[in-house]
Design a protein around this ligand. Sequence first.
Ligand code: ATP
Ligand code: MG
Length: 403
Amino acid sequence: MTVANAIGEPCVLLKLGEIVLKGKNRHQFEQRLQSNIRKAVASTGFRIDLWQRSGVIVVRVPGGTPEEVETVARRLEDVMGIVIVHRVWRVAKTVEATTQAALDVVAQHPLTATGGSFAVRARRRDKRFPVTSSDLGTSIGSEINVKFGLPVNLKRPAITVSIEVDRDEVFVYTDGPLGQGGLPVGSSGRGLVLMSGGIDSPVAAYRMMRRGLRVDFLHFSGMPFTGPESIYKAYALVRELDKFQGDSRLYVVPFGKAQQQIKSAGDDRLAIIAQRRLMLKTAEIVAERRRGGALITGDSLGQVASQTLVNMTALDDAVDLPILRPLVGMDKSEIMDQARRIATLSISELPDEDCCSILAPRRPETAAKIADLRQIEKRLDAEELAEQLADSVQEHRPVYGSD
Ligand code: ATP
Ligand code: MG
């Protein structure tokens, strides 16, 4: 094998999570993940080789420098379905090369200078390798101990040196950062996210992408009675979330006139729920045109007056498609933490004029009656209105990393 420098070749080793638990259709999940990896890395401009091994994927950047491999590894931290993104040395399948790489990995580790404890974890995917895992671990451990004077701690080491003997080579590495986990985007089908400019809906989108849904986005703006700011926000949010799936679509509906009609068609206190039902009916039509099988919202039980159990039931009644609410059991602070981690929080916190403010009543109904809502919808001809709104969508394609 060719090695890029004295230690070996820098590569990325991806640990897969739940995919490994899949039975018969595991192969399909692996194929999907590989294709998602290739698409994500394509945006970095580097050419890669992918090798599927049992439970792991090896990503090589042929001829790549450690910095270039690092760029690829960073991009892979956003790809759903990967649990850990290890930066590894790929070395020749000999005890000498493996030991040399292990010593080097420890020399470069930031905790080595502070005298941190260590452990060596060796395993053989290829049992033909002449040295057993435990012998390999012991001999490399003692070399590290002699050279750096670090104490061994098998239970809670500060530094873990991992050695994996594979079919054609050995991989040597220390702990890598966590990936996103979950399932590859697209392996669970497609859904449509109702995307406000708020904090919750981007997090809801993220959580469903992580469960393998590919999502489209639908935003209702108060235009022509509000400015375009909420559209800019929705666009910026989708552009950020695009890092998790690629090829994202944002549909925007000018909703101001429909809101005025709702206002004049009925009870002020029901207006918010009536408008949410009209959003859902419109979303259902847009989703079906995209072959989407679910609608996704950022509702969290009890967070605001419109998100009571009774009101959620009244919303479910408006459409046939299932409404997925991944945040239903989360606290606001948990949602905000997640929004910060996925880098949408600062965008959501930008000022805008939410379309809902057009008709926010002082005291919204917390127990909307379905019969009353249906009455309002009859006066509105809501089904026809939803068709018109769905026909009026404008499509945008926000791309992660673009201006
Ligand atoms: P968010 O932070 O997502 O805006 P919120 O706590 O402000 O949520 P609501 O305004 O009651 O709650 O909205 C609940 C859900 O309804 C949102 O999470 C979103 O899925 C959907 N929604 C609300 N407004 C819009 C909009 N203008 N366009 C698209 N979807 C919307
Ligand atoms: Mg909102």
